[in-house]
Design a protein around this ligand. Structure first.
Ligand code: UD1
Ligand code: MG
Length: 453
């Protein structure tokens, strides 16, 4: 743990430009709230404490991160970034404070380490990361005189000349925690275009004991203030995540048409075809082929699995199994090694044994199916009686003919055969044949008898 360092994350702003009822820092990016990204970068520095300043939608923010080692501070009415930091006064004690805006999610711990190191080395009171984006837009401009930073001017307050400055404030500050810091914050004024207490006004107050640290990767320091910037950050995050996968040996046929979330892992020599979405805690093994057009949520694939045009959620798929096209695996689906799940088959809370097959048009819910069993087209486990769910058990090597209705609770013994079109309401012993349908009637020459003379 870095005992000399406390982090304060500012996450209380209204996020007006998002035009959303949801707090800005809870909008998802790569499947995780914007704030989660910031917290992970902060945690990588092992600070003594992380204080999160909340206000607008603060209860939702706290609920989302409950169980995490964080100190929440309520800013009340958000009156600006300077006011937000002041609210954290009682929560922090370390000698050095790292202040992070909650809306800069692509920041890296690398950049933060650099800032803290420079801050300590230069022995200044205030330091902050700067960057030079192609479009400085609404960012605060960094005003330097003879190389030294003298102030930061917000775009809304800047003159035309100041607006043409390309170096901008990232909002990421490192501060020496002294009584003077809090006095300055308490004494800030709101005489600016936005009528807010600006954290950036600490710069002139530092009277030269201030250092701007340029960071050469502007994309890492982008803020999210509206939906356009949210989409831009998502695109950049996707590039980063997909590049990591490709570096780890994954083939991605069309990165522009592939979406992965933050915690997804994919093994070597797996191929991702276009239209693939890998979400949540999805883990994919080696030598798999996923897509085209498949969504996997919280799903695990062992090695050598094929998934095409399918939707999988909360599923586990064993080695070399084949899924799809057009299969739907729902939570609790467990597919054995080399098993086959074909088109329009839905599986929920059920296991399919090794090399078992459900090739077409079936619903398998709340069932345990043995190795090598064959489930015919149109077979349905009737698992719901209108009030409760019941299980179906099908033994090893059993053969269920097409269009069987298996009314649960019921069990089909190993190697038993269920005739096509049967409605099975009683258990079938191993090796038996069960027929649960009316006998066919053939009326000879019936049609001839109908013919007009
Ligand atoms: C801020 C900086 C700007 C910088 C930019 C970088 C100031 C005055 N401006 O502008 O120089 O270029 O970030 O992205 O600091 N917040 C609170 N309480 C408040 C207001 C804001 O907690 O009362 C939080 C917000 O939730 C947000 C962060 O502080 O996470 C930054 O606030 P925001 O309103 O986005 O400031 P910018 O206009 O982006
Ligand atoms: Mg912002």
């Amino acid at each position: 743990m870095n005992k000399g360092l406390d982090v304060v994350v500012l996450a209380a702003g209204k996020g007006t430009r998002m035009r959303s009822r949801r707090p800005k820092v809870l909008h998802p990016l790569g499947g995780q709230p914007v704030l989660e990204h910031v917290l992970r970068a902060a945690e990588a520095l092992s600070p003594q404490r992380i204080a999160v300043v909340v206000g607008h939608g603060g209860e939702d923010v706290q609920a989302t991160f409950s169980g995490r080692a964080l100190t929440f501070v309520d800013q009340g009415e958000p009156l600006g970034t300077g006011h937000a930091l002041l609210a954290a006064r009682e929560a922090v004690t370390a000698e050095t404070l790292l202040v992070l805006p909650g809306d800069v999610p692509l920041l890296t711990s690398h950049a933060l380490e650099r800032l803290v190191t420079e801050h300590v080395r230069q022995q200044v009171d205030v330091s902050f990361l700067t960057f030079s984006p192609q479009e400085p837009g609404r960012y605060g401009r960094v005003v330097r005189e003879e190389g030294r930073v003298t102030r930061i001017v917000e775009a809304a307050d800047a003159t035309v000349e100041e607006r043409s400055i390309n170096e901008v404030n990232s909002g990421i500050f490192c501060l020496r925690n002294t009584p003077a810091l809090w006095e300055h914050l308490a004494g800030l004024s709101t005489s600016n275009a936005q009528g807010e207490y600006y954290l950036t006004d600490l710069v002139p107050a530092a009277q030269g004991r201030c250092h701007g640290v340029p960071w050469p990767y502007p994309d890492q320091l982008r803020g999210i203030n509206d939906r356009r910037e949210l989409a831009l950050c998502e695109a950049m995050l996707q590039q980063r995540l997909l590049a990591n996968l490709m570096e780890a040996g994954v083939t991605i046929i069309n990165p522009g048409d592939t979406y992965v979330e933050l915690d997804v892992t994919v093994g070597e020599d797996t191929i991702l075809w276009p239209g693939t979405l890998l979400r949540g805690l999805t883990r994919i093994g080696r030598d798999c082929t996923v897509g085209p057009h498949s969504e996997l949520v919280d799903t695990q694939l062992a090695n050598g699995v094929w998934v095409r045009f399918s939707s999988l959620e909360g599923a586990w798929v064993g080695p070399e199994a084949r899924i799809g096209p057009f299969a739907h695996l729902r939570p609790g689906a467990r597919i054995g090694a080399r098993a086959r799940v074909g088109n329009f088959v839905e599986i929920k809370e059920a296991s399919l044994g090794e090399a078992a097959k459900a090739g077409h048009l079936a619903y398998i819910g709340d069932a345990d199916i043995g190795p090598g069993a064959n489930i015919g087209a149109g077979t349905v486990t009737c698992n719901f009686d209108g009030r409760r769910k019941h299980r179906t058990t099908i033994g090893e090597g059993a053969f269920v003919g097409t269009h069987a209705s298996l009314v649960a609770p019921v069990s089909i013994g190993a190697h038993a055969v269920v005739a096509a079109g049967s409605v099975i309401t009683e258990d079938v012993p191993p090796y038996a044949l069960a027929l649960g349908r009316s006998r066919q009637v053939v009326k000879h020459d019936w049609v001839r008898g109908r013919e007009e003379p």
